[in-house]
Write a protein that binds this ligand. Structure first.
Ligand SMILES: *Cc1c(COP(=O)(O)O)cnc(C)c1O
Length: 356
């Protein structure tokens, strides 16, 4: 008997959220970002819902190969590019598009013979200070890339640090325009937040990730529902035990929760080894039999506890929703002091995951 826990991936919701991205950026092509195993959904599970994208963006060569094996013949963008000269053989074999953000990558391209033309996205560091050429060196990097015989199309790329926040993108747009002012080529600038909130940055390509998975880049400030985004990952388990806890009784490790009055507490077959955040405190929202209630006490490795006061009908075997349909992942994330991104990516391998 498998443990009663599973993650369901909602194919129609993925397709819907991709449409929302298209609605916001109607004149742009969409790189659907499927890095980190499609934000924890599984490339194989996410692909059927996202196959109307113009291309897929990811990091790992093996994920790119899996997409090709699923039948995707269109563009695939390596968001961090390649790492070693030998990676270029796979880039070449599978016809991948690569980000080029460093002199080391340019050198590898200059010294490796490829069999087909290679499309690249040349990345500028416009202020985030992770990857990319400095703005004043961008033109020179472009000239150098253009001189490489295997390099075909060069798209100009950057990435925003604050598209979801108060600082916004103006300072980086200004830097980007300065560094790229006399460099021809399509632009690829926008993550989900810029796709949703900064139309001026759309360009020829947008690169939404998190919004495709039904989580808002602004968390609870502008909710997924307000953005018309639907949940794509529902994590469900069941009650595997029920305790009548007397007033003064404690629940779980460290006795961090003490019942003030007699109460029924349910034990759920989901813990931090399944990817549920251990830091989620008492009071984190959770659904039991579709009824909203709260977690109580510490999350343990394989189990967590819930207050059954509002769910008198609950029995062993009653279904529990940790997040997804009926409970936005961003609410659980906010309670745990993190983002929907981290929760959906963290679903553990021991949790069976299926597209529905
Ligand atoms: C992850 C990533 C994205 C997508 O970001 P979201 O915030 O998930 O939309 C876009 N571009 C690059 C380069 C990325 O690494």
């Amino acid at each position: 008997m498998p443990r009663p826990i599973k993650a369901s991936i909602h194919t129609a919701a993925l397709a819907h959220n991709l449409d929302v991205a298209r609605r916001h950026a109607p004149n742009s092509k969409v790189w659907a970002v499927v890095k980190a195993n499609a934000y924890g959904h599984g490339i194989e599970n996410a692909y059927p819902g996202l196959r109307d994208a113009d291309g897929f963006g990811l990091l790992d060569l093996d994920e790119a190969v899996r997409l090709r094996e699923l039948g995707w013949a269109g563009p695939i963008l390596l968001l961090e590019g390649f790492f070693k000269p030998e990676d270029l053989a796979i880039v070449d074999k599978y016809g991948l598009t690569t980000t080029v953000h460093s002199d080391e990558q340019l050198r590898m391209l200059e010294t490796t013979r490829l069999t087909k033309p290679l499309n690249i996205q040349l990345k500028m560091n416009s202020g985030m200070n992770r990857l990319g050429f400095a703005p004043e060196r961008f033109r020179a990097a472009w000239e150098r890339a253009r001189a490489i015989s295997s390099v075909s199309q060069i798209v100009l790329m950057t990435h925003f640090s604050d598209a979801d926040g108060e600082r916004g993108i103006a300072h980086q747009m200004e830097t980007f325009e300065r560094g790229a002012c006399d460099v021809p080529g399509e632009r690829s600038l926008s993550n989900s937040a810029a796709t949703l909130f900064h139309p001026a940055a759309h360009g020829a390509w947008v690169r939404p990730g998190i919004m495709l998975y039904g989580s808002s880049p602004k968390g609870l400030e502008v909710t997924a529902a307000q953005l018309d985004l639907q949940p794509t990952q529902t994590l469900e388990a069941e009650l595997i035990g029920i305790q009548d806890v007397p007033a003064g009784g404690s629940v779980g490790y460290g006795s961090s929760f003490v019942a003030e009055t007699p109460m029924r507490v349910g034990t759920v077959a989901c813990g931090y080894a399944d990817g549920y955040p251990r830091v989620a405190p008492t009071g984190t929202p959770i659904l039991v039999d579709g009824v909203r209630t709260r977690t109580v006490g510490r999350v343990s490795m394989d189990m967590l506890s819930v207050d059954l006061t509002p769910v008198p009908q609950a029995r062993v075997g009653t279904s529990v929703t940790l997040w997804g349909r009926g409970l936005c992942i961003d609410e659980v994330a906010a309670s745990a002091g993190t983002l929907g991104y981290e929760l959906m990516c963290a679903v553990a391998r021991r949790v069976p995951i299926h597209a529905v």
